[in-house]
Design a protein around this ligand. Structure first.
Ligand code: AKG
Length: 241
């Protein structure tokens, strides 16, 4: 991905999108019940959707089958290589407070890698983690700095991302691109591109994360989010697990 992102309009269609959305909405209802404090404090996402006991087995299997279907995995393999691995899932929704500001970041800044390790990965020219975001409803989408997945920050980007010299994480950054999404669209983006979510409308997006099988990333994968051994037989591409 030269620019660090790529969009496919109308990727997920009826009736599968309805089926997936219903499962995600029932997960979200439960999440809201159990995470009210986090939601009040400003949470904009949940994770581990496919964790055992978070969903009925049948619902969990539908999601896992979709995640490991050729239509999804072939795209992940084009970017990450044949040994691409499933990493996790996330749901992105609007903050409770409509005035809450978003924040520019690279996912890698939340890992335990130091700055020079982060710089080395960014300048390696290879994606290590991607998000495959599927919008369940029309949404403002994501704002990105095209090409920033393969280079370190400019001075201005760094000041915003690190909130230095009076800058804050929600300040505008020049040369950004806004990518709006309609229900069913897929946005693939490098987790390390400088990006921020755009809140609004009825934002409800399902992110499937894939990665290269590298120990410093795979350590974030949780066994409980994977299919049971006996469920692998019903998956099109069980190798991603
Ligand atoms: O949609 C968002 O709120 C931001 C997305 C994001 O930060 C991420 O996927 O890492």
């Amino acid at each position: 991905m030269k620019l660090g992102y790529s969009k496919r309009e109308g990727f997920l269609k009826e009736p599968l999108i309805d089926e997936v959305e219903n499962i995600l909405r029932s997960f979200h209802q439960q999440w809201l019940l159990h995470n009210e404090a986090a939601f009040q404090k400003g949470a904009i996402n949940s994770a581990y959707i496919t964790k055992r006991h978070s969903l009925a087995d049948e619902q969990r299997q539908i999601l896992l089958k979709f995640i490991s279907s050729h239509s999804v995995v072939d795209l992940a393999r084009q970017i990450l290589g044949e040994d691409a691995q499933f990493l996790n899932t996330q749901l992105f929704f609007n903050p409770l407070n409509h005035l809450q500001k978003n924040y520019w970041h690279r996912d890698i800044q939340y890992t335990d890698l130091n700055q020079s390790q982060q710089q080395e990965i960014l300048t390696s020219g290879e994606s290590q983690v991607i998000h495959m975001r599927i919008a369940m409803a029309d949404e403002p989408g994501l704002e990105v700095i095209p090409g920033s997945h393969n280079r370190w920050d400019t001075e201005d980007e760094w000041r915003v991302r690190m909130q230095l010299d009076g800058k804050i994480q929600s300040d505008p950054i020049s040369s950004s691109e806004k990518i709006s999404l309609r229900r069913g669209d897929l946005l693939i983006f490098d987790a390390n591109i400088i990006h921020r979510g755009l809140y609004g409308k009825d934002r409800f997006a399902f992110d499937i994360l894939f990665c290269k099988p590298l120990p410093h990333i795979m350590k974030y994968r949780t066994a409980e989010t994977l299919p049971l051994v006996e469920e692998l037989a019903i998956m099109e591409c069980p190798e991603v697990f």
